[in-house]
Design a protein around this ligand. Structure first.
Ligand code: NAD
Length: 376
């Protein structure tokens, strides 16, 4: 974890982009963060202070222009003081899972970001919406489609915005692929290949290997990136999927899927193949078109992405993806900018995840999908 240096703090303060300690105790006029727009910064509460919040989201919030870390929600009392000291969070902005609903009366919190094991996404996202706060829910959005619907409904009823933690929609290499695809820059797309996988060897007791907490293995964790890749790599939702499962370490992967491959058909004639695994290292997107090709390698890590096309290398400024993602969501709330990863997108991906498991359970049967334009 990198600490906020005095030098960095002074620099930020002098720019008028102040940290959460001071924001919550300063009058509104002083809490003008995105100074070029004279715009108030939104307060974010992180729910779940595990590795993603600790090493990615909290540091990214220090750099965000439109939001800041206002509050924390943790089930681990020892983390409270550490986070308070590190990020200057006041006592009244610290919650646990039991008193979480009291956050409704905390005016310094505008957005609640749910970063818990998958089985807890729906419960906390729905409670966040009922507290009248905008919601970002980590991926995969929930355990199943029914839970996705419940989150979407709760946000609609509470009239709050809902985003899924799909950081890549704010990332420049991914945005360039989406642009190339929309512009048909290389003519008709014929084939998309996507791999999203890493080799898991650590703690066999981790929640990702526990079906009750994760809802599934590689597919729920990394597979959603591969599914996303073939959709933005083709610009279409698939019309069918056929899937296979491979298991080589059943003693470690006792309850959850180790490796899954799946093939998709699309209305335009594109076809796609994905591989996702907790036992293989791979991270790629490749698109083959009539007049050329495009590639991201890596395609979904949060170390900087890299890419090239048949015309040459892609080269974009590297910024922390989570900063871009949270600023995009804050701009959606503040200014009505597009919601680049709405709840419907998370739900669509869960429909596909369920279809993949269904195909495997039915002996690799082709499962039709009727997604229309959902999440595009
Ligand atoms: P983690 O295991 O590091 O942290 C989980 C947190 O949940 C911990 O603070 C833990 O104390 C808390 N928790 C509460 N109840 C728990 C329980 N019953 N069992 C285990 N932990 C419990 O996990 P993480 O890597 O921070 O992942 C959290 C969420 O964020 C997951 O949904 C994951 O898919 C998502 N994530 C997204 C990205 C991304 O790039 N968008 C990256 C990593 C994780």
């Amino acid at each position: 974890m990198d600490h906020i240096s005095r030098r960095k703090f002074n620099k930020t303060l002098s720019k008028g982009i102040v940290g959460s300690t001071f924001l919550s105790s300063l009058p509104y006029a002083c809490a003008l963060g995105a100074d070029q727009n004279n715009q108030k910064k939104l307060g974010v509460a992180l729910v779940g202070l595990g590795s993603y919040s600790t090493y990615q989201l909290a540091p990214a919030l220090m750099d965000c222009e439109y939001c800041y870390l206002a509050a924390i929600v943790t089930g681990t009392p020892e983390k409270e003081k550490i986070w308070q000291d590190k990020y200057g969070i006041t006592r009244e902005n610290v919650y646990n899972y039991d008193n979480f609903d009291k956050i409704a009366s905390n005016n310094s919190v505008d957005i609640i970001y749910v970063v818990l094991p998958n089985s807890m996404h729906a419960d906390f996202s729905i409670r966040a919406a009922r507290a009248g706060k905008h919601v970002i829910c980590e991926k995969p959005m929930a355990m199943n489609v029914e839970e996705c619907d419940a989150i979407i409904d709760a946000c609609k009823k509470a009239n709050v915005k809902l985003g899924v933690g799909y950081r890549l929609h704010s990332e420049p290499y991914t945005k360039e692929i989406k642009r190339i695809v929309a512009a048909k820059e290389f003519g008709k797309i014929n084939y998309i290949g996507a791999e999203a996988a890493y080799r898991s060897t650590s703690n066999p007791e981790q929640w990702r290997l526990n079906i009750e907490l994760s809802g599934g293995g590689a597919l729920m964790n990394m597979g959603v990136y591969a599914i996303q890749s073939v959709i933005y790599g083709s610009g279409e939702n698939p019309i069918s999927v056929t899937a296979q499962e491979f298991s080589t370490r059943p003693d470690y992967f006792k309850e959850t899927d180790e490796t899954i491959t799946a093939q998709f058909e699309f209305e335009s004639g594109v076809f796609a193949n994905i591989m996702t695994s907790h036992n293989v290292s791979a991270n790629k997107l490749f698109g083959s078109c009539d007049n050329g090709w495009f590639e991201l390698d890596p395609a979904s890590t949060y170390i900087p992405l890299a890419g090239r096309t048949s015309k040459g290398p892609l080269n974009f400024k590297q910024e922390r993806q989570q900063k871009l993602q949270m600023d995009d969501f804050a701009k959606h709330v503040l200014m009505g900018a597009p919601n680049v990863a709405p709840g419907e997108m998370g739900k669509r991906d869960m429909i596909i995840v369920e279809a993949i498991y269904k195909s495997i359970a039915a002996g690799n049967k082709k499962i039709p999908l009727n997604l229309g334009q959902m999440g595009l």
